[in-house]
Design a protein around this ligand. Sequence first.
Ligand code: UGA
Length: 436
Amino acid sequence: MKVAVVGTGYVGLVTGVVLADMGNQVIGVDNDPSKLAQLRAGISPIYEPGLEEVLKRTIQEGNITFTDSIAEAVEQSEVVFIAVGTPPAADGSPDLSAVKSVACSIASGIRSYTVVVNKSTVPVGSGGLVEGIIRDAGVPEDLFDVVSNPEFLREGSAIRDTLEADRIVIGAKRREAAMKLVELYAPLERPMHITDLASAELIKYASNSFLAMKISFINAISRICELCGADVGDVAKGVAADKRISPLFLQPGLGWGGSCFPKDVQGLLRVSQDFGYDFKLLAEVIEINESQTANFMDRLSKRLGGFSGKHIAVMGLAFKPNTDDIRYAKSLAIIERVLGEGGTVRAYDPVAAANVREIHPDIEYASHVYEVAEGADALILVTEWNEFKQVDLVRLRETMRQPILFDGRRIYSAATAVKAGLEYHSIGVASSVPAQ
Ligand code: UGA
């Protein structure tokens, strides 16, 4: 099938290369010339395991090309995906300006029947908005349909998530349009849910908000554990053993970040308000998430007697492992808190340091994990990269001014840390101190 994908960010690029790898003829569209040059050379502009290999392969096989002209790509395609960003505007509602301008350009390229697919996360009703823009641009109603096909891939496992999706959601007004996507996705052999437009749009927000709620719930339990002397690890395991709950997205820690959960929980809260429903639960989900890191840092501040004059080591900067994405990363809130209260920071991340350096040229960056803790008054584990799980804690401790470890993702056992001579503080569990 001939497919155009407008926007070569996470969602657009992964969708484009996977469809190309399935044998479709794909045109990727982006307005950033440097990104286009990279893509044409087979270089992925984002760090995502496996993505570059598929990109290179599909270019070599001639199944994917890149252009900056939406109209040109649309003219040659039967299905056109909109996969541009919908960042939160100042009031928390998703900013749809990129979606609107892309819809206008798509309208100018439609020559024969085209299915326009919205993959960007957009508020309920946006399918109608895109349809209205294309219709108002003079495209006859029988020449196009708008379909909502939300994306559920995770950064770090994007290719696998796309190939092995739990479900493919297709929301459309007319069955014929939905069937075009069923045909496109059929080789993946995944369960497909065909709904109306609004339901498909809401499935995306509800899914991300539910997952964020699960994490906030266990993080709230971790706070109770800290107060009553329970261990949230044992509590989470016991709760998750109930198949109806499941252990997935029940990992306590510093809270959720990234480009999706913060935007989508806020987005659903706003959308609900706009429709006249005050979704107070979501406001609390956000509040728990924000106070989780603040509480962790309060505990560290108390232990150190404030951050003024203290040197803090930060291990991990990305919002989660296997990505260089730092949007709403907890590392940023931590760095800002320490700097704001008169401390200094040295950080290390296997891939995300360059991105943080752009925002924070005011901290030091270690080029190796064993350099991060030199002279530190405390070491904070922020992102649970695999290489940190295997790290030699004795070697790290030997370089520190004070042997204090705050594990924000619960990746070390208290016994191992204490054996390495470190004071061990974590989330939802009592602190452990080596015997004097
Ligand atoms: C999330 C969803 O999982 C995807 O299904 C969805 O397609 C995507 O948003 C999107 O809307 O585009 P992503 O943001 O890549 O994917 O990352 P997740 O793996 O979901 O992690 C989100 C955050 O939750 C991270 O900060 C992670 O550290 C945190 N998390 C996750 C926890 O704190 N505990 C957990 O148990 C799981």
